[in-house]
Design a protein around this ligand. Structure first.
Ligand code: CAO
Length: 560
């Protein structure tokens, strides 16, 4: 295996540029063309790719180092045919392409180019940047801009670049928006100058432009392509560095921006831990993790919602349009009543759980004909005991069996880990005059049907009387919400976070069920299982429901 040195290729005007990100480490296997590091000038950032595939032996640069063409980046134990580098060398020196009229910035104009009448500002020669997406628009119609002021940022898959204005003036009409794809020559804006900003020099020829061969595109995998006038952008004295806070733009490299976009992470909410506050991929990951575990938004949303009635929240926390404010009295008589304290608290929790959890609900039916017959006869036999055995008690026992068989349903997310609970505390939703409460049957696995039925009755009464203590409402590892006593077919219960699943049960009805020869009247119980897709897969949820149904159909299965 040959050891080869990987050096900074021709990166045009990028000379003495700071290394702001190291994308590989010793021991990493890299492919040819894979980005090794990110460098940044005051106008653009660029990823430097590897010319060979292999295993990184030693890094020769550190964060903050300044590099230029020819600087040693690392040594590589080349894979396969070491002698065959890819034709990567970014930025072959390019001729100074003649800029589109009025687009390219003069290299060193004696006086600024200022728009007098309407002037079209177009995308200058940006080398290999073809069909690149506009990822930031830094100006708006009506803005007074200086010559060389950045108008937009475009991004390829390897580099981002700010496009400056070739003239000063007032933006009359902006011709691009976020997400548009642009190419050299595309119209960006129409400017109009003002008397105060329109010296005679405005007509200064724009042909002296860019000393060519620089653009950040050089670092893309498209090798050796000419890159031109964008250099003037890089060299421009009056500018806003890429993604610096001056315009409130997040400071991040193209690959990190892409990564954030893929995850749907708003970069402006991510705190950068890199050089000069730069956002790294690790920052994006940490942000995602904290949101997933509910550390950030959750608290903000829950806190703000707890303070506001559920329907009165502004919606601004999520960037939504405001909640409609309607004067209902215009349409008829109304009465205003404050939500109960329980409704306010549960509303905040429900909202958080509905928003934060990628929840899916599976519906199923199970045959409880025999179980119901057993329940009724048991109650008859034990009439004098004063304890009525409920279907919910059987459901709790059946769920415990299913949770034992499928332990991820009895878990909670903790960052990137799952906490598997060895206990089986089952919450049950109780309808109370003040709103929904969830008392908990502790250690349901160690209790019999009579004891569970008795405890449930006591806890439900306490809930209705507003006498539940905190210990009686906490610690559940799974929850059941039964509307069986009321009616309905199916519903989609909201998971009681940090649990990862909840079972909704509706009223059983006699249904015709085909037994292979004839339809038989069977008592069918509708089940609705909502589960957190971050933890549970659809197949596991279907298995859980099927197993639960089998147990409810015949409890002897628990013994198998
Ligand atoms: N199918 C058919 N009948 C059912 C049934 C079902 N799935 N579940 C209960 N029933 C019957 C019971 O057998 C009982 O009938 P009898 O009086 O003839 O014996 C009757 O319905 C009333 O039951 P219940 O609801 O009072 O008792 P329970 O043990 O089933 O439930 C409790 C107790 C506390 C869960 C319940 O009273 C309750 O509050 N349910 C509402 C839960 C809720 O609000 N969920 C929604 C949460 S999301 O907003």
């Amino acid at each position: 295996m040959a050891i080869i040195e990987i050096k900074v290729p021709d990166i045009g005007d990028f000379s003495d540029v700071a290394v702001i990100e190291l994308l590989v480490k010793p021991g990493d296997t890299v492919k040819a063309e894979q980005s090794l590091l990110t460098v940044e000038s005051d106008k653009a950032s660029m990823e430097i790719p590897s010319s060979h595939a292999g295993v990184v032996k030693e890094l020769k640069v550190a964060l903050g180092d300044k590099v230029s063409e020819g600087s040693l980046i690392l040594t590589l134990e080349a894979a396969g045919d070491a002698a065959a580098p890819v034709a990567q060398a970014p930025a072959a020196a390019a001729p100074a392409a003649a800029p589109v009229a009025t687009t390219a910035a003069p290299a060193a104009p004696a006086a600024p180019l200022v728009a007098i009448g309407p002037v079209e500002v177009r995308v200058p020669d940006i080398g290999d940047f073809k069909d690149v997406a506009v990822i930031e628009v830094m100006v708006k119609e009506g803005d007074t801009i200086k010559q060389e002021q950045s108008l937009i940022t475009v991004e390829s898959d390897k580099a981002s670049m700010e496009i400056p204005s070739s003239a000063a003036g007032v933006i009359k009409s902006l011709k691009v928006k976020l997400g548009d794809k642009v190419n050299m020559g595309d119209l960006l804006a129409i400017l109009e100058g003002s008397a105060a900003t329109a010296p005679a020099a405005a007509a200064a020829p724009a042909d002296t432009a860019a000393p060519a061969d620089a653009a950040p595109v050089a670092a893309t995998s498209t090798a050796g392509a000419p890159a031109a006038a964008a250099t003037s952008v890089l060299a421009a004295p009056a500018h806003v560095p890429t993604a610096t806070p001056a315009l409130g733009l997040p400071h991040a490299s193209p690959s990190v921006r892409k990564f954030a976009r893929e995850l749907g992470v708003p970069l402006n909410e991510v705190k950068g831990s890199g050089l000069k506050g730069r956002i790294t991929d690790v920052d994006v990951q940490s942000f995602t993790r904290s949101v997933m575990s509910g550390a950030l938004q959750t608290q903000a949303i829950a806190a703000s919602q707890a303070a506001k009635p559920a329907a009165g929240g502004g919606g601004s926390e999520l960037g939504l349009i405001p909640w409609p404010k309607v004067d209902f009295a215009k349409f008829g008589p109304v009465e205003r009543k404050e939500l109960s304290r329980i409704k306010k608290i549960s509303g905040a929790n429900l909202l958080r759980n509905a928003i934060m959890i990628p929840a899916v609900t599976n519906h199923d039916d199970c045959d409880i004909t025999d179980l119901e017959a057993f329940r009724v006869s048991t109650n008859k036999e034990n009439e004098k005991s004063g304890v009525k055995v409920t279907m919910l008690a059987f459901l709790i026992k059946a769920c415990v069996a299913a949770l034992k068989k499928y332990p991820e349903f009895n878990s909670s997310l903790d960052g990137d880990a799952l906490i598997y609970k060895q206990y089986f505390h089952i919450g049950f939703a109780a309808d109370t005059p003040n709103g929904l409460m969830v008392p908990v049957i502790k250690d349901a696995d160690q209790k019999g049907i009579f004891q569970i039925s008795k405890e449930m009755g006591e806890l439900a009464k306490k809930a209705r009387d507003g006498k539940l203590g905190p210990a009686e409402m906490t610690g559940a590892s799974f929850t059941i919400s039964s509307l069986g006593g009321i009616g309905g077919r199916y519903f989609t219960p909201i998971i009681n976070a940090p649990e990862v699943a909840i079972l909704g049960v509706c009223r059983s009805t006699i249904e015709p069920v085909w037994d292979g020869k004839a339809f038989q009247p069977r008592l069918m119980l509708p089940l609705s299982l909502t589960w957190d897709h971050r933890v549970i897969d659809g197949a596991a949820a279907a298995r859980f429901n099927v197993y639960l149904g089998q147990i409810l159909g015949d409890f002897r299965r628990v013994l198998l």
